[in-house]
Design a protein around this ligand. Structure first.
Ligand SMILES: Cc1ncc(COP(=O)(O)O)c(C=O)c1O
Ligand SMILES: N[C@@H](CCCC[NH3+])C(=O)O
Length: 472
């Protein structure tokens, strides 16, 4: 997919200008604090996280690597837990999940949202309390549902009529009661990239409120003997800053909740308002603290419930990105630096690193913005507008579209990109047979590998090298 260039092209005067919001760093040897995890700091230009200097980490574990600030992850999880104390907070494992992270989530008292058998397997291995797991997905297989039910997950979020039937059949066959939420689409156009908005009508998730499908799904779950109807679930999209989408969605979902009480005489005890809270990828983003989100969401729900004359259901939310995203930075090594002359005479500096769209697809896929900084040394060189690109055979293989880097950036330098904890490792691929990088958790000066780097043996393991197959 093409990379958009609000930025980036040579202007009429021949100069290369970045996007309007991009600023030259006040001091390239300092961090733009709110883009980095809590323990990240620069000393004489050397970046450390969790008390571990990144050049030392790379010397031991290689690059690229995702560096996970454990204290930061736990603090963000704890901030959601405390701010939303009256809610159940489900960490959305799709943002990033491994056994260590599942244990931290459990330790911090959060619940866990999984959406595939694979994520469920990690939860199981971590010994995550299954009654605190919610199982999502628009196309759960019968085998996945059965496994989740056998494991005793606390709730399954139903996404289609076929799934309601499967759930009813499985609960009857196994003789167990399954607690079910009904995922609804509230018909909201969330202000985010169209690929990650999920509450407008024309998409695959949930039951439409306006068409009447959501009401019908509630009725069927309620009527099924083995299913325990918990309530409605709404998730409007991801990387959202504007609370008006949540407000409209909450109003519509609560109206349905009230209608179910009035028409079916059923009081649903719970409601989930989903995740989607945005984080700062660049200086242009200004995310709200969990305490403000909690105050706003609670005010919206209380106001609506008063207006409808109903008792507020017990609420839950499902943040993923806002917990995992800012806790990680990716460290890369620079391989080549290529000044490219553009029409009009301006020069763009292409800085190639040893990863790319295989470890961070978000720039290519969503036109996402990132920033970066030199991580291994100080520099007093003048800033140049650079584009950080990967090593893949793809022109759109861009990691950071536009960033000011010191003009002396050179092969062997380390670059670190903040905000890569959500949907980077979890969406990583082996494109061009690259090896997915490790996730290294850092805390109190100690680095621990929590997801190891893939090896060529891992890649070759799935490639069948059997003369009987190949030559037949
Ligand atoms: C159902 C559901 N819950 C929670 C999330 C987590 O979203 P985010 O990581 O934006 O908080 C998602 C992903 O968008 C989702 O689809
Ligand atoms: N993968 C998306 C978000 C999708 C969230 C899952 N429903 C991103 O990187 O922004």
């Amino acid at each position: 997919m093409a990379v958009s260039h609000e930025a980036g092209w040579a202007h009429a005067d021949g100069a290369l200008k970045g996007p309007s919001w991009l600023r030259q760093p006040a001091d390239p040897n300092e961090l733009v604090r709110h883009l980095w995890s809590r323990t990240a700091r620069k000393d004489d230009g050397v970046l450390s996280v969790g008390g571990v200097r990144l050049p030392d980490l790379v010397a031991e574990h290689g690059s690229p690597a995702y560096v996970l600030d454990e204290a930061d992850f736990r603090a963000r999880a704890g901030a959601f837990r405390d701010a939303f104390a009256a809610y159940d907070v489900y960490y959305a494992g799709k943002a990033f999940l491994c056994t260590a992270v599942a244990r931290w989530v459990a330790d911090e008292g959060l619940c866990l949202d999984v959406c595939t058998g694979g994520e469920l397997a990690v939860a199981e291995r971590a010994g995550f309390p299954m009654e605190r797991v919610g199982f999502h997905g628009n196309n759960k297989s019968p085998a996945e549902i059965e496994r989740a039910v056998r494991l005793g997950v606390g709730r399954v979020i139903a996404d289609s009529f076929a799934e309601v039937e499967r759930l009813a059949e499985i609960s009857a066959r196994l003789g167990v009661t399954v607690r079910v939420m009904v995922r609804v689409t509230a018909g909201v156009e969330a202000h985010t990239h169209e690929y990650i908005a999920t509450a407008h009508e024309d998409q695959k998730f949930g039951f439409s409120i306006t068409s009447g499908d959501a009401f019908e799904a509630v009725r069927r779950v309620h009527d099924a003997p083995g299913l325990d109807l918990l309530g409605l679930h709404s998730h409007i999209g991801s990387q959202i800053f504007d609370s008006s989408g949540f407000e409209v969605a909450a109003r519509r979902v609560l109206a349905l909740h009230a209608r179910v009480a009035a028409d079916l005489d059923v009081r649903m005890p719970e409601m989930d308002l989903g995740g989607g809270f945005g984080i700062a990828y660049t200086t242009q983003d200004d995310p709200a603290e969990p305490s403000r989100l909690a105050a706003e969401m609670t005010a919206i729900v209380e106001h609506e419930c008063r207006a409808l004359g109903i008792e507020a259901p017990a609420l839950s939310i499902e943040p993923g990105r806002a917990i995992a995203g800012p806790s990680v930075c990716t460290v890369y090594e620079v391989g080549t630096v290529k000044p490219v002359q553009l029409d009009g005479g301006a020069v763009r500096t292409y800085v190639s690193v040893d990863g790319g769209m295989s470890d961070n697809i978000r720039t290519a896929l969503y036109d996402a913005d990132y920033s970066c900084t030199l991580a291994g040394r100080a520099s007093d060189a003048a800033p140049v507008l650079a584009r950080v690109v990967g090593k893949h055979c793809e022109a759109g293989d861009v990691v950071v579209k536009d960033e000011f880097l010191p003009a002396d950036v050179a092969p062997g330098d380390l670059l670190a990109v903040p905000g890569t904890g959500a949907y980077c490792r979890s969406m990583a691929s082996n494109y061009n047979h690259t090896l997915r990088p490790p996730v290294i958790a850092v805390r109190d000066g100690v680095a621990r590998v929590v997801v190891r780097r893939e090896t060529e043996q891992d890649l070759l393991a799935t490639d069948v090298d059997d003369p009987e197959v190949i030559e037949s």
